[in-house]
Design a protein around this ligand. Sequence first.
Ligand code: ZN
Length: 168
Amino acid sequence: MLEIITYPNPLLRQVSNKVEKFDEELHKLLDDMYEAMLSKNGVGISAIQVAKPIRALLICIPDDEGNQNKEDLLEVINPEILHKEGEISFSEGCLSVPEFYEDVKRFKKVTIRYQNRYGELQEIEAEDYLAVAFQHEIDHLNGILFVDKLPILKRKKFEKELKRKKKL
Ligand SMILES: [Zn+2]
């Protein structure tokens, strides 16, 4: 099982590189990322979270019963945000920032162009939860964490909780 790195590991600050080869190695990584994500009940994961600095991420939004289905899995390589609009505030968490949740402001609607595992171009319009997940995961590719988006007081609360956890 791939290990998920956590804040404040400096690797999380690295800007990930474009994927050029859509080969077996990439497919294996995507499969292993999927296992790692599900094992932690995550809705999304980016390659940098398993210490691979490439522009690849997964999103699997749960259905109405709260179950994650492989049919809903999005494998997203080299994503680009083509369009963004509106505003939404959503409670976010992150596999690399365990046990911390806070509201973050994001665009409500985004259009994303990306490649699938075979390198084929795809385009998707995402709204609400899915739009938030895309923005959160794409931030990872640029070394940005959701806690960076918090207003100063909430950010302080996060740092305080982190310190308290370290003492335990
Ligand atoms: Zn995250």
